[in-house]
Design a binder for this molecule. Structure first.
Ligand SMILES: Cc1ncc(COP(=O)(O)O)c(C=O)c1O
Length: 437
């Protein structure tokens, strides 16, 4: 019988690929004892514990160890990625029908949560960093102003780090939120390694989601939801709304093991990767820390003449990046990457021309809103050519990278200005979903 997916994956596994994308294990054996262990694959059987039950068991203890390590009151294991965590976290902190201050650069899971919870978004935009061609950090003063102007907003949701590795000042933003009686949720999907490196303090936030599978050597879909001021039972209540009722015990065991591994040796290995990556940053054109810009030290974002073409050339030589756009190529570098992998990347990059990085223009302002996110997501839709969509109401996100920020969100009108911007940056999608009139 044909097994096309398995055959493809085996063929890829047989190639000597330099994988600098997700999952964070980069295709190397997990650095702890977890081959596919059918003997560890359980369901709730009265002996194995219950992720969403109301008791205290080994799962709850493993979650508690994570919560203690990262400075939170509670932690819930997720087997549906940060997508599940963003949904659950927003359901925890935002009552249905409420107002939310949302990072315009939020992942699509947050936009879908707006629709599912019927939230009214008030967007937080980020400053455009001309020199780097990416969006900068969220300014705490902007959060304060929005909360002053709109006292009905009781939840703020931001992403930190961004795909490009830009970190926002979470303690400062949390202080602003709390002074206004609002709660802060952070989408830290890309930041699960940072507390192990002593780099970022997420614990000032009220809820944080992190994908173990993005930045740690952990299997796909493994993620964590942390909270302060909410109990494990509170997290279970919202986690089950969006999660499978048959969570994988092997994935949960990996979450337990990867924390222990990071504490024993993973953090030290990560620091070695960070040192090697910072040497590459000095050698090629890359995003670097500067006044007002703090970066994830393990994320390598290169500034180049044509990011799409560079990523293609690297792929042809067996090197996989996580993201490419008009002016950047982004690599996820983790503790799974030793000197050999970094040297291989270095050699490939040395053959490239770094003389003229592409100019990335700032995104246009926010378009007019015609429908709520909820009405837009569930309305009848049709697919039309992007070039013929002027004046239509978008049914989905139009989110080119960069800025990695939706230029149009569901329910917003596609304007002439938007289309001109998309042409200017060489946006490569030709079709768009719009609401049927
Ligand atoms: C910022 C951000 N949040 C959430 C997610 C969703 O994470 P997951 O793929 O673990 O569901 C992603 C995925 O890339 C992301 O980039």
């Amino acid at each position: 019988m044909p097994t096309p997916l398995y055959d493809l994956l085996k063929t890829l596994a047989g190639r000597d690929l330099l994988r600098l994308d997700m999952p964070g294990h980069h295709g190397r054996p997990l650095p702890y004892d977890l081959p596919w262990p059918a003997e560890l694959d359980y369901t709730e059987n009265g002996l194995s514990g219950d992720l969403f039950g109301d008791g205290w068991d080994a799962i709850a203890r493993a979650e508690e160890l994570w919560a203690e390590r990262f400075g939170f009151d509670s932690c819930l294991f997720l087997t549906g990625g940060s997508t599940q965590g963003v949904h659950a976290g927003l359901a925890l902190l935002a009552g249905a029908g409420s107002h939310i201050a949302l990072d315009r650069g939020a992942h699509r899971s947050a936009y879908n949560a707006l629709a599912l919870l019927d939230l009214t978004p008030h967007y937080l935009s980020r400053p455009w960093l001309e020199q780097e061609g990416v969006a900068g950090p969220i300014d705490p003063n902007q959060v304060a102003k929005l909360l002053d102007d709109r006292p009905e907003i009781k939840i703020v949701c931001i992403t930190s780090p961004t795909y490009y590795g830009v970190l926002s000042d979470i303690p400062a933003i949390a202080a602003v939120c709390h002074a206004h009686g609002a709660r802060l949720m952070v989408d830290g999907a890309h930041g699960a390694h940072l507390p192990f490196l002593g780099y970022t303090d997420y614990s000032a936030a009220d809820a944080v989601v992190m994908s173990a599978h993005k930045a740690l050597p952990a299997p796909g879909q493994t993620a964590l939801l942390f909270a302060n001021g909410s109990s494990l039972d509170d997290l279970r209540r919202v986690g089950i709304i969006y999660g499978t009722s048959s969570p994988s015990y092997v994935m949960m065991a990996a979450l337990d093991l990867v924390r222990d591994y990071m504490e024993r040796e993973g953090a030290a290995k990560y620091r070695a990767t960070v040192r090697a990556i910072s040497a590459l940053r000095g050698k090629y054109l890359a995003l670097t820390d500067r006044s007002g810009l703090v970066l994830d030290p393990a994320r390598l974002t290169l500034l180049c003449g044509d990011g799409f073409a560079l990523a293609d050339r690297l792929r042809a030589q067996g090197c996989l990046s996580e993201l490419s756009d008009r002016g950047h190529v982004v690599f996820i570098c983790t503790c799974a990457d030793g000197p050999e992998q970094v040297a291989r990347l270095d050699k490939l990059l040395a053959a490239e021309d770094w003389s003229s990085p592409a100019k990335c223009p700032p995104p246009p302002g926010l378009p007019p809103v015609a429908l709520t996110p909820r009405k837009a997501l569930f309305a009848p839709r049709k697919t039309v050519a992007l070039g013929a969509s002027e004046g239509c109401i978008s049914a989905g996100q139009i989110a080119p990278y960069p800025p990695g920020v939706p230029v149009v969100a569901p329910g917003e009108v596609i304007t002439k200005k938007t289309l001109a911007y998309l042409r200017e940056i060489g946006y490569n999608k030709k079709l768009v979903d719009v609401i049927c009139p």
